[in-house]
Design a protein around this ligand. Structure first.
Ligand code: PMP
Length: 391
């Protein structure tokens, strides 16, 4: 038995073999065996997809839209996105410069695969979404982590990015608003990054999948910054903003000459994104705004509850300006983040995610998602406080 497993493993490519299983998954495997857990571990909206969007998907199926679409996605959706991005951020993409993908995840895969030659480096501000390093690695590139800090509200410091640039650097991968920290990068910071990209002729992959979930300020769309359109691949999607994670629908946008590379991979690997999901996403763009605003207002209410609660019990937590995560510093309790999360789960049935799984700079922090009902967050905070006081 052992031999069989061993043999099977050795058949895997070195690249895949070297890929570590996500520590987050391991943690959820434990959570799945337990009962009555309040989970602040979830990385997706707790809202169901808004009704009109679901209805649009159902109507499309019943009317026989059960076939492939064009590889890049239905023209109406690409045109709709083009208008949407122009209206929100003043950034212009022709429909032919947009590829509709299977979630933001596929868009990220396409970007990494289309641009990276073996050994080329991608600078990634961390802590970050766990797939960033993995996708760069799978594409043959080398992820170079640049740790962000609490004293800078987890905004990347351009000086650290500058110090990480080498002759092998090909790209910078930005993810703002950030999973797992909730940080957003200010315009000044992003302008500095833009200057570095220009100076060193780098590509920028900008994952803006949480673009609509920004509190009290305007989202800065990276390709809209001066000179950045021509060197940016914008990665986005419907999962978070429209509560559509299960539909698997996202997009990549960039200059046509670059997008042909992404489209080629997309065409040979997935053919096209789900037809049903594309029709539903179009409905979201056209009529979903009130729902986006309703969910945003509710996240904001929970955000204030959780940030005040965590700070109030002595866990330093900076104010997250985007997404739906708070990132308290738990090392002040004397426990490392993994021990804190494990004991909190075992002793108080509350799940949070240890920060060390999100790359350099994450150790000592935990990710608390507030994509959970207000009352559950209240109860989770009571339990966390009890736990913190006990230790
Ligand atoms: N980017 C970030 C920062 C994320 O947090 C996620 C999902 N957790 C994704 C991309 C991928 O989203 P999806 O594939 O569901 O669109």
């Amino acid at each position: 038995m052992y031999n069989n497993i061993h043999m099977a493993t050795s058949y895997l490519s070195r690249r895949v073999d070297a890929l570590k299983p996500s520590p987050i998954r391991k943690f959820f495997d434990i959570v799945a065996t337990m009962q009555d857990v309040i989970s602040l571990g979830i990385g997706e909206p707790d809202f169901d997809t808004p009704e009109p969007i679901v209805q649009a998907g159902v109507r499309s199926l019943l009317s026989g839209q059960t076939h492939y679409t064009s590889n890049a996605g239905i023209l109406e959706l690409r045109a709709g996105l083009s208008a949407h991005l122009e209206r929100l951020y003043g950034v212009h993409y022709e429909p032919g410069e947009i590829v509709i993908t299977v979630g933001g995840s596929e868009a990220l895969y396409l970007a990494a695969t289309a641009f990276l030659n073996p050994g080329e480096e991608v600078i990634i501000p961390t802590p970050c979404f766990v797939s960033y390093q993995a996708e760069v690695h799978l594409a043959g590139g080398v992820p170079v982590e640049v740790a962000c800090r609490l004293d800078n509200n987890f905004e990347v410091d351009p000086k650290d990015v500058a110090a990480a640039i080498t002759p092998r650097t090909k790209a910078i991968l930005l993810g703002y608003p950030s999973n797992p920290t909730g940080a957003v990068a200010g315009r000044e910071t992003l302008l500095e990054i833009a200057r570095l990209a220009e100076e060193h002729d780098l590509i920028v992959f900008s994952d803006e999948i949480y673009d609509r979930l920004v509190y009290g300020r305007a989202h800065v769309c990276f390709p809209a910054l001066p000179g950045m359109w021509k060197r940016t691949i914008l990665l986005g999607g419907f999962s978070k903003d429209y509560a559509m994670t299960g539909w698997r629908i996202g997009y990549a946008a960039g200059p046509g000459a670059l997008m042909t590379g992404l489209l080629r991979i997309h065409q040979y690997t997935v053919m096209c994104a789900s037809t049903t999901a594309q029709v539903a996403a179009l409905e979201g763009l056209q009529h979903g705004e009130e729902h986006v605003q309703r969910m945003l207002a509710e996240y904001d209410r929970r955000r204030r509850l959780i940030v005040d609660g965590l700070n109030g019990m002595g866990l330093p937590t900076f104010e997250p300006r985007g997404a739906f995560y708070a990132f308290p510093h738990v090392a002040v309790t004397g426990l490392d983040d993994e021990t804190f999360a494990n004991r909190l789960l075992q002793e108080e049935n509350v799940a949070v995610i240890p920060g060390c799984g999100f790359g350099a700079g994450g150790a000592g922090f935990v990710r608390c998602s507030y994509a959970t009902a207000y009352e559950k967050i209240e109860e989770a905070l009571r339990r966390i406080e009890r736990f913190v006081n006990r230790i």
